[in-house]
Ligand binder design. Structure first.
Ligand SMILES: Nc1nc(=O)c2c([nH]1)NC[C@@H]1CN(c3ccc(C(=O)N[C@@H](CCC(=O)O)C(=O)O)cc3)C=[N+]21
Length: 295
């Protein structure tokens, strides 16, 4: 029980509060609340849970939520038509199309259709390019949340060795870009990495985003390292029950790490808080207002 617990749930509550505090000033200046449209295609139960909690968070922040639920057999053309409508709707500042999408719809085509200035997920290639080249845009919510937790814990990240395990477009790659921007020395490891334990052992900062339950073991961790667990894996807990675990073997890594995020209650709540933050920033930019400081 050596490691400090990084309480993402508490930090996220604070961030959501700061966003909510800034909403009335935006509304007074713009004559409307910031608006977030969330599109869910199909009935995936996990996605439905996330969409519900996003809707609740939007409402609690005093923002306008526009929820669109489409049947699982929706065509790509119909979804693209909805995205075009949302792009053109002045009350909509942010658009989130919940992933994954059903197999008849190409995710790339849908993401490419979203106005980059309403792309609060930060998934559009224009925003990925802006992040890669250090220009202002929207960065994906999950790695942004991880960066905020790291900066809150460690202050400056300058010169630290960071290892990101996972190379997805939505977490691993943007996380590596953001850590590079923050002056870390960054390694991206993945399923083909040779001697993964040896690579991870160099790290002052470990971000695990592979989607494999409890893969990262205590022997991989340099004593005192800061460990951010992005994984959300539902596993069998016996007696017909399931439980959520991360990509990190928490019960053993907690004895070696300096600080660690739990699952649940770590990165997950930060993702939603950062979505609200990005929506407020999008609203301010679209209205020609300065985004509030300190978010
Ligand atoms: N376009 C798009 N953008 C997304 O940001 C996006 C998406 N699609 N598809 C699905 C994933 C998943 N995701 C999560 C958000 C919050 C929690 C979260 O709050 N988790 C809590 C509770 C988890 C639980 O109890 O089920 C926690 O970790 O403590 C988790 C996962 C956003 N996603």
């Amino acid at each position: 029980m050596g490691a400090a617990l990084i309480d993402g749930k508490a930090f996220a509550a604070g961030l959501r509060g700061r966003v909510a505090d800034a909403v009335p000033a935006f509304a007074a200046a713009a004559g409307r609340a910031p608006g977030l449209a969330v599109v869910l295609v199909g009935e995936d139960p996990a996605s439905a849970v996330y969409v519900r909690s996003k809707g609740r968070a939007v409402e609690e922040a005093g923002m306008a939520g526009f929820e669109h639920r489409l049947p699982a057999d929706t065509t790509q053309a119909d979804l693209l038509a909805l995205v075009a409508t949302l792009n053109a709707d002045p009350a909509v500042d942010g658009i989130l199309v919940q992933l994954p999408l059903p197999p008849q719809i190409a995710e790339d085509a849908v993401i490419a259709a979203i106005d980059p200035d309403k792309d609060v997920d930060g998934f559009h290639v224009v925003n990925a390019g802006r992040l890669a080249t250090g220009q202002a845009g929207f960065v994906p919510c999950t790695p942004l949340g991880c960066l905020m937790l790291l900066q809150d814990r460690l202050g400056s990240l300058k010169g630290l060795e960071a290892v990101v395990i996972g190379r997805s477009n939505i977490v691993g790659k943007p996380m590596a870009a953001m850590l590079t921007q923050a002056d870390c020395t960054v390694t991206i490891a993945h399923s083909r990495t040779r001697d993964l334990p040896g690579i991870v052992r160099r790290a002052d900062i470990v971000v695990a985003a592979v989607g494999r339950a409890e893969m990262v073991r205590a022997e991989w961790i340099k004593p005192g390292a800061t460990v951010i667990d992005v994984g959300i894996n539902r596993i069998d807990a016996g007696a017909g029950k399931t439980k959520l675990v991360g990509d990190v073997a928490y019960s053993e890594v907690v004895d070696v790490a300096g600080a660690i995020t739990p699952v649940p209650g770590g990165v997950g709540p930060m993702t939603i808080a950062c979505l609200l933050r990005n929506t407020l920033v999008a609203a301010c930019r679209r209205a020609g207002l300065a985004a509030p400081e300190g978010l």
